[in-house]
Design a protein around this ligand. Structure first.
Ligand code: XIL
Length: 390
């Protein structure tokens, strides 16, 4: 009998694999013509194999021992445009955790006193539940996502503080309701506070001005009161790359820990570039934040390649440097952060043009090009997730 195996998962595939596949298909079709009673030769593909010619691992989550995430929006999930169908195909293949890029931020939810619009977040949670994905909530309080009415709120500071308390409690409680098949909330975690520090100082913000010096602690306490299981994160940038900022954050964490202020995790945003941080910075950064014993989320990963505006297109050399940096980040995260503290790595976007720092087409910070094809960065990241040292 003449058998042939149909290989359906043909994404992601680098150019080399495409050429191999084209050759294999050519050989197969020639053989088919001549195939009568003898067994069809099995196609062979590169990479690890389970013995019958099928690669045993193909997608990012299969290479990682921890969750691998990316960002979504309710509108992209609802859309069936060609681009968004491709986006969802890659999302479900390569990732098992999602974060709303903007839909679950305060400016998008908090419409007025006791007036919350959770609809976009609900759509994201429903999609996650239907597809077995974890949702990381982002972000309850961030100085860059405040609705206009709240900025101009004319009530007293006490009333302002009460509005924030209600917002946090209602929002956390609401998103804790939807459960997965194991009975756990689909929204497993929240960035309770985002970017509280500006360098090594506490950032001056509407919240610090109206709620007093201890406002950051209250936010975590309110979130915990609303739900006892959800993991509570502090999230910030330059945690890995700048040791002085990291120290300021670690002092805050240690203050929380010695005063029973609830905190479960640290999110290191990891907006970095192809040369910085160095390997030593990455190792020290992960080691020091892991020493807190908290969950560590390598959140918001992107790696710019043109921070000095010295290239006008993504050169092969720069693409390789970016790939190496993605590999380092994934590898040292996996190697240094203890297993039970590995909350996961979340990449901040899919195609370069989707990135918040695409800079009008003058930087290329992500894993896929504008046709959704994996870049060398993808291979580096995958190898790092796979525990291959850079
Ligand atoms: C960015 C989004 O990617 C943009 O679409 C939006 O316009 C601004 O916010 N740190 C964060 C993220 O915590 O929420 C930010 O996301 C990027 C920086």
């Amino acid at each position: 009998m003449c058998k042939s195996k149909i290989y359906t998962h043909d994404y992601p595939m680098n150019t080399q694999m495409k050429i191999i596949k084209a050759i294999v298909l050519l050989i197969l079709s020639i053989t088919l013509i001549h195939c009568s009673s003898e067994e069809m030769p099995k196609p062979s593909f590169g990479g690890p194999s389970d013995g019958d010619g099928t690669p045993s691992k193909q997608y990012l989550t299969e290479f990682a021992a921890f969750p691998v995430g990316n960002i979504v929006s309710a509108s992209k999930l609802a859309s069936n445009s060609e681009d968004n169908l491709k986006f969802k195909e890659i999302l479900l293949n390569d990732y098992n955790s999602i974060t709303a890029e903007n839909d679950m931020k305060m400016a998008n939810i908090f419409r007025g006193p006791d007036n919350y619009d959770w609809s976009d977040g609900d759509a994201i949670v429903a999609y996650a539940k239907a597809n077995g994905l974890r949702v990381h909530g982002h972000a309850l309080v961030w100085h860059s996502s405040i609705p206009g009415w709240l900025t101009n709120y004319a009530g007293t500071d006490e009333e302002f503080s009460k509005l924030i308390e209600n917002y946090i409690k209602q929002t956390v409680a609401h998103f804790a309701e939807e459960k997965d098949s194991l009975g756990n909330s689909v929204v497993a975690s929240w960035d309770v506070l985002n970017e509280y520090f500006d360098g090594t100082s506490v950032r001056s913000s509407l919240f610090s001005q109206r709620m007093g010096a201890d406002f950051h602690k209250k936010l975590f306490q309110w979130a915990r009161e609303a739900n006892s299981d959800v993991k509570l994160f502090y999230n910030d940038y330059n945690v890995i790359g700048i040791s002085s900022k990291r120290s300021a954050i670690l002092s805050m964490v240690s203050d929380f820990q010695s005063n029973n202020i609830p905190i479960d995790g640290i999110g290191a945003q990891v907006h970095i570039n192809y040369q910085w941080p160095t390997i030593t910075d990455i190792q020290n950064g992960f080691q020091e934040i892991a020493n807190t014993g908290l969950l560590i989320h390598s959140s918001e990963l992107d790696i710019t390649v043109n921070p000095n505006d010295d290239i006008s297109e993504l050169t092969a050399e720069r693409a390789i440097s970016q790939s190496v940096q993605f590999q380092r980040l994934a590898f040292y995260y996996g190697e240094i952060v203890p297993k039970n503290q590995q909350f996961g790595i979340t990449v901040w976007g899919f195609r370069d043009q989707d990135s918040w720092i695409y800079e009008g087409g003058t930087d290329w910070p992500l894993l896929y090009d504008n046709n959704f094809e994996p870049k060398p960065a993808y291979d580096g990241f995958r190898n790092g997730l796979d525990g291959q040292a850079p």
